[in-house]
Each structure stands twice: as C-alpha cells, then as structure tokens.
Design a protein around this ligand. Structure first.
Ligand code: FRU
Length: 506
C-alpha cells in the first residue's frame, strides 16, 4: 500500500475509532484527551537535546528535533518574529496524532522549536490551516491577537479557530468551534486567510480535495463566514488527477496568484504544487488562460507550500520537502521531514506570459561565506550554495558528487530548453521505497538567453536547483553517505563558484 492510500485509510480509521473511543490503530503511543476542547495547550512535549548531528540531518533547513512533520501551517510574521507552525506528531516518527508543532525565527534562517501549539480535541485532529495577526481586533480577542484557523479532522472535516494574545506563547481554543461546520462534504480543509483590502473583509480559501475545487468564504470578524464562490472549471480539472489541498491566494503586483497543492498528480509523480495567475474581485477568482498546469517546483519534494501572513507586499513561501509517495519511509530518525529553504515569490513576464518565480530569500547571505571560484573539491562545510553558468547552444551535465562515488546529476539541454534532475541508486540510499528513484524530473527553462545561471543549494539530504531568474525550480531529497562536496560541469572540476553555508543549529 502506498503512503497516499495508507493516509486516506488511516484518516478514515482514525475518524471511526475516535467515535468509538478506540485510538490504537492511529499510531498513538500515549493517551489523548479528546474532550479537551477548551484547554489551553502549553505543555512542553518536544525535548530539545542536541540531535542535529545525525547523518541525514539538514544543516540549513528546518527540521523538528524529533518526530514526524508534514505541511507548514499558520505561518505569520508578528513584530519581528517569523512563526512557523507545522503538521506534527508529538509522539512518533510517522503520520498520526496530527497537531500543530511550532518554531520561531527572527531571520527566516535560524529556527527555535517551541512547545507544541495545538493538539487534538473532541472535534478531531488538528489539520492544516493558517494564522493572521488581527491588528484591529476584529475577532474580539483584542488588538494584535494571533488568530489561527485550522481544520478539525474528526468524523467530518470542519473549520475551527484558536487564538493567542501573548504573541504565540499560549493558545486558546475558541469555545464556539467549529466556525464552519460540515455535515456532507468529504474533503473540506486547509483554510488559508488573507485580508482583502479593496472589499475590507477577511477571505478564506478552502480546498475541496477530490472535487478539484477551491472554495472562497468571506468574514468581517474571522468567526462567521459566508460562501463566496468556487474555483473549479472543467478546464482545470483536466490539469491533474490528484486531490486539491493547501490553497493560498496572494497578490503580486496587480495580479492574483492561487497556489494549490495536488496529490497525486505532481509534475513527476506523487505530490506537487500548481499555481494559477488571474484576477480576484473580492468574490471570485478567474484564472488567465495559460499552459496549465504550471508548477511552482518541478522536483519531487516541495509540497503544501504556502506563504507567511502579515508581510505586506513581500510574499515568502516555505514548502514541506517531501512527497506522500514515500514520506513515511525516508530513512530519517528520530525526526522525519524538513522544510524547503524559504522562497521569495514574484511574478515575471516572458513573451507575454506571466510566471511565478521562487528564489531563496536574501536572508541566506547571513550564513554564507564570500564567493570563491570552484577549484577542485569544495572545502569541508555544513552546506553549500553553488552557482554555475552554462552556454545554451549545447547540452551540459552538472554533477554533484562525494568521495563515496555517489552522485546527483543535473542535465541542461540547451536547445530543448530543459533542466533535468536525476535521482537513482547512484545518488545515495534509495531502496527504502520503490518510488524514490526517478529517471528524470524535467523542467522547462523559461529564459531565451544564450547563457543560463543556476543556483544550487546542497544540504546533507537535499538539493535545490533554481535558475537564477527563479522561474524554474527543482527540489529533491537525496540520501548520500556524506554531503556532495564536488561539482563538475561536463567533467571539469573548475567551473562555477561557490560559497559555504554555516549550519543553523547552535
Ligand atoms: C496535505 C494534507 C492536508 C491535511 C494535512 C494532514 O499534505 O493532506 O490536506 O490538512 O496534510 O496532515
């Protein structure tokens, strides 16, 4: 059974067992008080020993100290602090007991893991959702309250609210939950909020799973919501075959971008994140005609990504660096899953078509050395940022390798304008799941220029390949015996430049 069907079955099994009071098959190793809906959960469940040195532990990407993590949730910027919540199992290294873990950062690069913010209550597990700082106190919890909306996943998926009046230290579950009840819909989840300045109201986007739809709701107080519209024309249904999850609607310049994750049916296989560019009038989103599906990332491992709230015009996204095809099997212990590097989003117009660009945020400079020319093997470091420029009149292979003979190959097809990442048995450990090896993750190169510059971020268990213009991104997990510390372009070990990246765990 693959992870997707396992997860669908385990969600169903958890729902049934929650009703009957039996929780054993949900992977629960400790009792959960499902009648605890009014409680403020401030328990310290995550020990923070120095576990960040294990073999595949990313050195410049966020991972929880231990246990399972999936989607980023509730990301909100509050007065100098970047809050990152995430789907988390406080008890085990597999999916289950879904809660909101919590980490904070003042620079988007170094993260401090906090106490678990929200745990399952009588309405169910705490699935994905979002948070905003309610500066005007529209919800009645006071000015600047942090208001979180999430899916309560019980016998049905319904939308619930929690809030914090101490900048995310402690959380109160709203007594009137659910704020959007559901009696008949099968998939109805992952509320993402934004303030729509023109119509002066809060808007929520909600995913409708196998209906291949995103629903929009509006509210003045974050508590009472009314349905606005649904985005699901047959044209877009044909884009993919997977359920729609984790929407995010953002404004970039004068255009609106709707980000939708879909699983399975991603650009290679399994999980992937699409985007639609169009217009939103406060009621309905209409996508411009384009070559859909358009992918935020053409690799295997950038899923469920959404942006931080309360950042003004700046839009920063982080994704879950994994894929439901094999997420439960990746050889990481005592933790499982990392986030991508944070990505700055923007739009670019090439030959009359708009594209979403995602570049690693400039804050990465804080942990980077000066640039140096590549001259043989790279010096020992926790992680690397490599820059390679190739001419686009011919084909090239950029090879990342280590001293154990393991290598990750990136092909640049100059004339065909394709960027291809190859992950297989030569890359490192791959046999833990049959769907991990992929002959080719292939992405279009949008630029028509005669040279292409590519940024490559190498950590212990990931490679993020991003064209310098940000239009093409390929994010992939890898599990080499040691970090790739050699870069060859067409067999030549002296092409390109690099800077070392300092580890973020102190
Ligand atoms: C996406 C997702 C969400 C859901 C969460 C459950 O990966 O399936 O739709 O809220 O994971 O963990």
């Amino acid at each position: 059974m693959n992870m997707t069907s396992y997860r669908i079955l385990s969600i169903a099994a958890c729902c049934i067992m929650m009703q009957t009071g039996c929780k054993d098959d949900c992977g629960t190793t400790e009792p959960i008080d499902i009648n605890n809906s009014e409680a403020t959960d401030t328990t310290t469940q995550v020990e923070k020993p120095n576990l960040y040195t294990d073999k595949y532990r990313p050195q410049v990407h966020f991972t929880p100290a231990k246990n399972w993590m999936n989607d980023p949730n509730g990301m909100v910027y509050d007065n100098g602090t970047w809050h990152l919540f995430y789907q988390y199992n406080p008890y085990a290294n597999n999916w289950g007991n879904m809660s909101w873990g919590h980490a904070t950062s003042t620079d988007l690069i170094h993260w401090n893991e906090q106490d678990v913010a929200l745990t399952r209550d009588k309405l169910g597990d705490i699935f994905s959702g979002s948070a905003v700082i309610d500066h005007e106190g529209t919800a009645g919890f006071g000015k600047d309250a942090m208001v979180c909306l999430y899916t309560s996943s019980g016998s049905r998926q319904q939308q619930s609210m929690a809030y914090s009046t101490d900048h995310g230290k402690t959380f109160n579950v709203f007594a009137g939950n659910p704020i959007i009840a559901n009696t008949d819909k099968d998939d109805f989840r992952d509320p993402k909020l934004f303030w729509h300045a023109d119509s002066k109201q809060w808007i929520m986007s909600l995913a409708r799973g196998w209906q291949y739809a995103i629903d929009f709701y509006a509210s003045n107080d974050l508590k009472s919501w009314h349905f606005l519209s649904s985005f699901n024309t047959p044209e877009y249904v044909r884009c993919n075959k997977g359920q729609w999850e984790c929407p995010d609607m953002i404004k970039l310049g004068d255009k609106w971008v709707l980000i939708v994750s879909t699983n399975p049916g991603g650009p290679v296989s399994g999980s992937g994140t699409m985007y639609f560019i169009g217009d939103f009038d406060g009621e309905q989103f209409v996508a411009d005609p384009s070559e859909y599906p358009m992918w935020l990332d053409y690799g295997m491992d950038n899923y469920a990504g959404v942006t931080w709230s309360n950042t003004g015009d700046r839009k920063v996204l982080i994704g879950w660096m994994n894929n439901w095809n094999y997420a439960g099997d990746v050889p990481c212990d005592p933790w499982r899953s990392a986030m991508t590097l944070p990505r700055e989003l923007s739009l670019t117009n090439i030959d009359g078509n708009n594209y979403l660009c995602s570049k690693v945020v400039g804050e990465i400079d804080a942990i980077a050395s000066d640039w140096k020319a590549i001259d043989g093997d790279l010096p020992s470091a926790q992680a690397y940022h490599v820059k390679v420029t190739v001419d686009m009149t011919s084909n090239h292979t950029i090879q990342l390798a280590n001293g154990q003979g393991e290598h990750f190959d990136i092909d640049v097809k100059g004339v065909a304008r394709l960027l291809i990442a190859r992950r297989n048995a030569q890359t490192g450990a791959s046999s833990f799941n049959g769907s991990f090896s992929i002959p080719a993750a292939q992405a279009p190169i949008r630029s028509a220029a005669s040279e292409l510059t590519i940024d490559i971020f190498i950590d212990r268990s990931s490679v993020e390949v991003i064209t310098e213009d940000g239009t093409t991104s390929l994010t992939n997990l890898v599990f080499p015996s040691s970090i790739y510390n050699a870069v060859k372009v067409d067999g030549n070990a002296n092409i390109g430049s690099f800077r070392t990246l300092e580890g973020i765990w102190k």
